[in-house]
Design a protein around this ligand. Structure first.
Ligand code: ADP
Ligand code: MG
Length: 264
């Protein structure tokens, strides 16, 4: 499969086999996925369909049993543990369902913690954390601890933290799962803004149709494979349409390539 210049994440023929007490589970089966810069993708599927496994492989927390993963032009499939740590720190922002903020630190300190201390002075980290918190609409709440913030605000802190090192890609597992409908909608509105105004590439795993419908591209997982794909509301934007056309063209080119190979 060929991958074009604006691909930020490329997953090629990825399988994941779990081997637990003689019980083998194929959590992912020869999965292919190309993510372009600036895409906003939702991954849906029933429990056990492989969503978390896929997200763990995308975020370099886990390795595939077979296949290849390229992140921002770097082949991470065979990379050392320390190399992967650096990739995770520099290229990936992760947002969790349960926020995962440290309770004894305030909002600003939680964000500062993610900022690499070698590259910045204490004062610079403080300023950058304030700037990031302002981006997520939390001006004036910098010194609040997690328990002094609402669920939606805590998730905003977590998003600010995920953006700390300007990641190539933001990944989220059920980030609205602990929020009420209205707050979830607000968080999604913010992510859409981040995606459309700054071009941040975002992938969210969700059970929630209303969350998925706000994205650009919805992938449906079943038995460790992508069985269906559809467009969300953002697919109607100019950039979304351009990417859709580019994907179709690429698929057609790949088909031709394969036909020429004689491998169908
Ligand atoms: P989802 O997030 O869609 O619910 P998962 O990726 O967590 O699905 O799991 C996919 C399949 O892999 C399931 O059948 C699950 O039981 C199995 N699985 C997940 N993690 C492990 C593991 N660490 N060891 C063994 N089996 C696992
Ligand atoms: Mg899961």
């Amino acid at each position: 499969m060929s991958s074009s210049g604006d691909t930020v994440l490329s997953i090629q023929g990825v399988s994941k086999l779990y081997n637990l007490k003689r019980q083998k589970t194929a959590a992912l089966k020869e999965l292919d996925l190309e993510v372009r810069k600036g895409e906003f993708i939702a991954i849906m599927g029933r429990s056990g369909s492989g969503k978390t496994t896929l997200l763990n492989i995308m975020s370099c927390l886990d390795r595939p049993t077979a296949g290849k993963v390229q992140l921002d032009g770097v082949d991470v499939t065979e990379m050392s543990e320390s190399g992967l740590n650096a990739i995770r720190r520099d290229k990936i922002g992760f947002v969790f369902q349960s926020y995962n903020l440290l309770p004894y630190l305030n909002a600003r300190e939680n964000v500062e913690l993610a900022l690499e201390s070698k590259k910045r002075t204490k004062r610079e980290r403080n300023a950058r954390a304030r700037e990031l918190l302002a981006t997520v609409g939390l001006e004036g709440k910098e010194e609040n601890r997690p328990q002094q913030l609402s669920g939606g605000e805590q998730q905003r802190v977590a998003i600010a933290r995920a953006l700390a090192n300007d990641p190539a890609i933001v990944l989220a597992d059920e980030l609205t799962g602990n929020l009420d409908g209205e707050t979830a909608a607000e968080i999604m509105k913010f992510l859409v803004k981040l995606n459309t105004e700054r071009g941040t590439t975002i992938i969210v795993v969700t059970h929630d149709e209303s969350v998925a419908s706000r994205t650009e591209r919805i992938l449906y997982l079943k038995g460790g494979q992508i069985v269906k794909e559809s467009g969300g509301n953002l697919a109607k934007t100019k950039e979304g349409l351009q990417r859709h056309v580019a994907r179709l063209e690429e698929a057609r080119a790949n088909e031709k390539e394969e036909n020429a190979d004689g491998t169908i």
